[in-house]
Design a protein around this ligand. Structure first.
Ligand SMILES: C[S@@+](CC[C@H](N)C(=O)[O-])C[C@H]1O[C@@H](n2cnc3c(N)ncnc32)[C@H](O)[C@@H]1O
Length: 259
């Protein structure tokens, strides 16, 4: 079983509910940025590109992502002046930048204690680092994928990349000494539309959190786990009469303005 690339179409199915936190983060970025580029780190298919272009029409806007499929879609938005294929862990800008904006990407990289201060060092004086990451691993939507695969195929889930966001206090401890730090969390009560087959929460999580776990299964194993997952989701997030589902989703946000 090989690791699949991101699927921009699958990911884009819930574009509206995924865009809302991205815009909430952007709204908290202050107006007085110093000279320099705007970087959308882990830009994916570029859903935030148009909002960045409206907000910073005169800045050079750069998207960075490791997925070629996602970057190809981002290109189509026409919102970026440059798109760079790079791993965030090793990414270095040509020169210090004014804003590093990262929506729903850094949870895929480990060692935030080292990574995030290192990103702050890539800012020019007075620049801002703005980050949003899901903090949903303990909710049934995420925990049950891992539990089911662990129960039926021991060891397999442990081989998969697992997105991870630490407790908010950990970010406060590490980042508040570095500048003006604003930290918050929001639980979005998302209404997912009815799905033609399977539970709507499966369709939401399959494109992101569950992707590396599902990559570890063959077709038959995958069908079996998806069936069990659908049953568990019906109990955890019961569909309304019209098939829609209320799906609470917790996200952590911070902005760091460096001196
Ligand atoms: C959930 S998507 C979010 C994309 C976009 N920021 C948005 O708001 O829709 C996560 C993105 O992070 C990218 N990503 C994950 N790990 C990465 C890494 N180590 N380096 C660069 N990009 C990475 C993926 O390719 C994917 O496009």
């Amino acid at each position: 079983m090989t690791s699949s690339d991101w699927d921009p179409d699958l990911y884009g199915r819930f574009a509206d509910v995924r865009l809302r936190p991205a815009l909430d983060l952007l709204a908290r970025v202050g107006g007085a940025l110093p000279e320099g580029d705007i970087v959308d780190l882990g830009c994916g298919s570029g859903p935030v590109g148009p909002a960045l272009a409206r907000r910073f029409p005169d800045r050079r806007r750069v998207g960075v992502d490791s997925s070629h499929a996602m970057l190809a879609k981002a290109e189509g938005t026409g919102a970026y002046d440059a798109l760079t294929a790079a791993d965030i862990a090793g990414w270095t800008p040509e020169r210090p930048v004014a804003l590093i904006y990262s929506n729903a990407a850094l949870q895929w990289l480990g060692d935030h204690d080292t990574l995030i201060p290192a990103l702050a060092k890539k800012l020019t004086s007075g620049g801002t680092l703005a980050v949003q990451m899901p903090r949903q691993n303990r909710a049934p939507s995420h925990r049950i994928w891992t539990d089911l695969v662990q129960e039926h195929f021991p060891g397999r889930a442990a081989q998969a990349a697992r997105p991870e966001t630490a407790d908010p206090v950990e970010y406060h401890r590490r980042l508040s000494p570095l500048g003006r730090f604003d930290l918050w969390e929001t639980e979005y009560f998302q209404t997912l539309p009815a799905a033609p087959e399977g539970h709507p929460v499966r369709h939401f999580t399959s494109a992101t959190f569950a992707r590396p776990i599902l990559d570890r299964l063959d077709e038959g194993e995958r069908v079996m786990i998806e069936k069990l997952y659908d049953e568990a989701m019906r109990a955890a997030y019961p569909p309304a009469a019209d098939g829609t589902v209320l799906f609470p989703f917790r996200r952590l946000f911070f902005t760091l303005d460096i001196a």
